[in-house]
Design a protein around this ligand. Structure first.
Ligand code: KG4
Ligand code: ZN
Length: 330
């Protein structure tokens, strides 16, 4: 069994974790930067990168102290190497390289999307390959057929905005605050999902992809019409987004022969309406539904350490020249 130190710094969460290949999370720490970015209504890359530099070393010390371990005890150091805000990615990756060099440990450069894609296995030991994964985050909206570690077949992606981006923009348009996804979900609880007629882009289309830009523009028009309460717009938006996610996922399920489960991961998977509708879809197809606990859905280092553990055990380690990548398709 191997022990991996994981580091995550690709967006606005600074995180470190110690995870074993036996799914044991020995320690995990996360520091959000919401208050630093809130005045700007979104993540400011420069502020995020500076915050990672300030926070990350202390988080790494804390996880080691909490697990009563030292760097010498770990088998490898895994860090997100992209995709993401490249200044932040560089902070985490360079920190990992420095530690790897100092402690003479192998480096595992992890694709952040692979972290999300494998995160459901950390909380669900009996989840087996292959599974159909809906990966819905702030930067991505994809359907992946996950066949094994490092083996991902992309069945669909978004042709414009990611689902989380649509939640964030809706929150901004409605003045609900930052971060947007949880704010929209909260407002939607007090609203009527049928109050505002909104489009469902690509619903029922034979095209496999997602689209959310038209929905976002319709939210803007609904707001400017001055006829609706923000709660009703939020609830109607959330319902439209859920309908699109379910429709596209249902289409992929029909083609995903051999899938053992329907799995959802990424920040938007923290949304209860999304989880509920996907659970129903899986049940309709006679498949188990797997969603990580909420803290494992949004960005964290445990998923990076876990992906690092699986890669390390498969012999997939990286050199100290591993690049930080703003873009890195799975
Ligand atoms: O996976 P994640 O933490 O970071 C990325 O890799 O992008 O996802 C963040 C995204 C944001 O767009 C955020 O608004 C969305 O996930 N999100 C939610 C909820 N919690 C986070 N969207 C809808 N409902 C939520 N409860
Ligand atoms: Zn993420």
């Amino acid at each position: 069994m191997s022990l991996i130190l994981g580091i995550e710094s690709s967006c606005d969460e600074t995180a470190a974790a110690l995870v074993t290949s036996g799914r044991e999370i020995l320690a995990h720490k996360l520091a959000g930067q919401e208050s630093a970015h809130r005045p700007y209504g979104g993540v400011v890359p420069e502020i995020a990168a500076r915050a990672h530099i300030e926070i990350l070393p202390a988080l790494i010390e804390q996880v080691l102290a909490e697990a009563r371990l030292s760097l010498g005890d770990v088998d490898a150091i895994a860090a997100t190497a992209g995709p993401g805000l490249v200044g932040g990615v560089m902070v985490g990756l360079v920190t990992a390289k420095g530690l790897a060099l100092a402690a003479d440990k192998p480096l595992v450069a992890v694709n952040h999307l692979e972290g999300h894609a494998l995160s459901p296995m950390l909380s669900q030991p009996d989840l087996a390959f292959p599974y159909l994964l809906l990966l819905v985050s702030g930067g991505h909206c994809q359907l992946l057929f996950v066949e094994g570690v490092g083996r991902y077949r992309r069945l669909a992606t978004t042709i414009d905005d990611a689902a989380g981006e649509a939640f964030d923009k809706t929150a901004k348009l409605l003045g609900l605050g930052f971060p947007g996804g949880p704010a929209v979900e909260q407002a939607a609880r007090a609203g009527d999902p049928k109050a505002v007629p909104l489009p469902r882009p690509l619903l029922g289309s034979s095209d496999p992809h997602f689209s959310f830009a038209g929905l976002k523009s319709a939210v803007l028009r609904a707001r400017d019409a001055g006829l609706y309460r923000p709660e009703d717009i939020a609830a109607s938006f959330q319902q439209a987004a859920v309908d699109c996610l379910v429709d596209r996922t249902g289409r992929a399920l029909a083609a995903a022969v051999g899938a053992t489960a329907l799995v959802v991961a990424g920040g938007v998977a923290a949304n209860q309406a999304v989880r509920g509708a996907l659970a129903q879809l899986a049940a309709d197809h006679g498949l188990p539904f797997v969603a990580p606990p909420l803290w494992l859905c949004t960005d964290n280092a445990a998923m990076i350490a876990w992906a690092g553990a699986l890669r390390f055990e498969a012999g997939m380690v990286d050199g100290l020249d591993a690049p930080a990548r703003a873009r890195w398709p799975l």
